[in-house]
Design a protein around this ligand. Structure first.
Ligand SMILES: [Zn+2]
Length: 131
């Protein structure tokens, strides 16, 4: 059943992730990008929000290390990233020691398997860019 009528924006966002697609909303009226998913544009109040594929490029806006016992997986990174499109989202950076994450670091997105909680977005350092 691919019928999306009646589904809330949170559900559409999750369904896209299940399909391996990271999409965020863009306002058809003021053209600003919107995250998290909503019914109304927070900038102009428009209800014309369109789903667009995010580039997945982002940079670290703020970062902290969350302490966790080693037998639970050890410390991990919690950060706010600023997407290339403008919106910020809470996420984490993987593939690097949590205390090595720095503000302004270039990132690329990945879709992590959250098990029963469903897939979610994480980020990895983007080593492909201009050094
Ligand atoms: Zn708008």
């Amino acid at each position: 059943m691919a019928d999306t009528i009646g589904l809330g924006p949170d559900q559409i966002y999750r369904d896209n992730l299940e399909s391996g697609e990271f999409k965020i909303q863009q306002c058809a009226d003021c053209e600003k990008y919107v995250f998290y998913p909503r019914h109304l544009c927070p900038h102009c109040g428009s209800s014309s929000l369109l789903w667009k594929s995010a580039s997945g490029r982002a940079q670290v806006y703020s970062t902290t290390v969350a302490r966790r016992r080693p037998d639970r997986g050890g410390d991990y990174n919690v950060c706010i990233v600023e997407l290339e499109e403008g919106p910020r989202m809470t996420s984490r950076v993987e593939g690097i020691d949590p205390d090595q994450v720095t503000i302004g670091m270039a990132l690329r997105h990945a879709i992590a398997d959250g098990g029963d909680a469903g897939p979610f977005i994480v980020f990895n350092p983007d080593n492909s860019g201009e050094a």
